[in-house]
Design a protein around this ligand. Structure first.
Ligand code: DSN
Length: 478
């Protein structure tokens, strides 16, 4: 692909937008500049390819397409069928999955589709069976009451939020924590690692309908074979949310016991994190759940987003290329180099390192909260996010951790030497930042001081580090 074609495409698009609302065109342009100039270490973000981005900006956005391929509630969906079928085929081939459903708009949507599929498959309810075979009009008030009671009293066991689990795995601020009777498994306080014997014990005691594996802030591999054995031992359906590490599965860095697809009954993911696609979600499942999964829209989702499904097809085609495996391996090599660089300089890392794409720094060792550290790093041109650490004394708002990840910088082409330099920048900012105090003299969890000249100097060093690795080198908007 010539750089000229990419520049022409994006310049022309901005020219067309500028003619209607110049402020939007300007914001898009400035966003590119900002992303180019900042050291993006947010573990859940990446940079999608120009082809993926362009696949979203077109008239597929105009089409309604409720239903599934070849079976729609709207006429004229033949081209949507083409892109949805392509995206699903690429997903099945890439992950070795029996079935792929590519309509979810996000990770939470994908998880809701999966929850519904498992409930519909597993809950023994005559009323639900009637509803499923569309005898809805035959349901009495008592049937509906029984249906709601049965669906609303099911059990889910997932990884606890402060051990690295995700909000949608049964936590109170999310609907999953309200619709399920939920318990969680944590990590060993001494090592920070999942203790599979404790998970098995919790499963035996609680007997969940669904055992959830997967995480958004756990820096280690998970043994999905063992979790499946635990699920089987209590008759649970095993679901894995691989949103964070889907790119590592796609790139065959996580194989065997660490690849969730052969072990789980149902796997959900987003497509925009390490997988490097458009923003969206996806569900992969074993054949027996396929029919229920395909009812995601209209059961849980609104109309599918055909423009995003087109972009998913493009990104999944990219992930099937041999160079994606190299990319996935470099993500992990970079995360390990970053972890080593931080450890050598004295940082405390949850679990003492990483074997995936992310590193969780316990910043209490620097005398800071996560919120203070996040802001001080941002002042210095380093974009991260604060995150709870296990048994976090500062709760989910201020936190005691900073989560950093390497998918985005690896896409830009930075390597292990630059990760060591990145560790130096982070460590310098954190050692030079001082926690502030409230007006009454008590310690503040938000205020901090960092010398402005030092922050500027670090930001310049971050820009220098990025300079040899331009973001979207083929796109010149000038
Ligand atoms: N917001 C995503 C993350 O940062 O991990 C997951 O929902």
């Amino acid at each position: 692909m010539s750089h000229n074609a990419e520049s022409t495409a994006f310049r022309s698009a901005l020219e067309v937008i500028r003619a209607v609302e110049p402020r939007v065109a300007d914001a898009i342009g400035v966003e590119l500049t900002d992303q180019r100039e900042s050291l993006k270490l947010i573990a859940s973000e990446n940079y999608a390819s120009p082809a993926t981005l362009l696949a979203m900006g077109n008239w597929f956005s105009d089409k309604y397409a409720e239903g599934t391929v070849g079976r729609r509630f709207y006429a004229g969906c033949q081209n949507v069928d083409t892109v949805e079928a392509l995206a699903a085929e690429h997903a099945r081939e890439l992950f070795g999955a029996a079935h792929a459903y590519v309509q979810p708009h996000s990770g939470i949507d994908a998880n809701l589709v999966a929850f519904w599929a498992v409930l519909a498959d597993r809950v023994e309810s005559p009323a639900l069976k009637k509803a499923q075979v569309r005898q809805v009009n035959d349901l009495t008030e008592a049937d509906w009451f029984a249906l709601r009671r049965e669906l609303g009293n099911q059990r889910m066991l997932g990884m606890s939020l402060d051990a690295g689990g995700h909000l949608t795995h049964g936590f109170r601020p999310n609907i999953s924590g309200k619709m399920f009777d939920q318990r969680s498994y944590g990590t060993d306080p001494a090592t920070g690692l999942i203790d599979y014997d404790r998970v098995a014990e919790a499963a035996r005691e609680f007997k969940p309908l669904i055992l959830v594996g997967g995480y958004s802030a756990y820096p280690r591999k998970v043994n999905f074979r063992i979790l499946r054995e635990i699920a089987d031992s209590v008759g649970a359906t095993f679901m894995v949310d691989m949103a964070h590490f889907a790119g590592l599965v796609a790139g065959k860095v996580f194989t065997g016991d660490f690849d969730p697809v052969p072990h789980a009954h149902i796997v959900t993911t987003t497509t925009h994190k390490s997988l490097r696609g458009p923003r969206g979600g996806m569900v992969l499942c074993q054949p027996e759940l396929a029919d229920q999964v395909d009812r995601g829209c209209p059961m849980v989702l609104g109309g599918p987003l055909p423009h995003v499904m087109a972009a998913k097809a493009v990104a999944l085609a990219e992930a099937r290329r041999p160079d994606f495996a190299d990319y996935a391996q470099r993500i992990v090599d970079n995360a390990q180099a970053l972890a080593d660089g931080l450890l050598r300089r004295g940082a405390t890392l949850v679990t003492g390192g990483t074997d995936n794409h992310l590193v969780l720094i316990d910043v209490s060792g620097y005398g800071l909260t996560g919120r203070q550290a996040e802001q001080a790093l941002l002042d210095s041109g380093i974009v991260t996010n604060r995150n709870s650490v296990p048994q976090d004394p500062n709760g989910a708002w201020y936190t005691s951790g900073i989560r950093i990840g390497t998918p985005a910088l690896t896409t830009r082409g930075l390597g292990t030497a630059e990760m060591d330099q990145t560790a130096e920048l982070i460590h310098t900012v954190l050692t030079q930042t001082t926690a502030g105090a409230n007006a009454d003299g008590t310690p503040s969890k938000a205020k901090y001081t960092l010398d402005a000249d030092l922050a500027d100097k670090i930001a310049r060093q971050a820009t220098d580090l990025l300079a040899p690795h331009p973001l979207y080198p083929g796109i010149d908007l000038a």
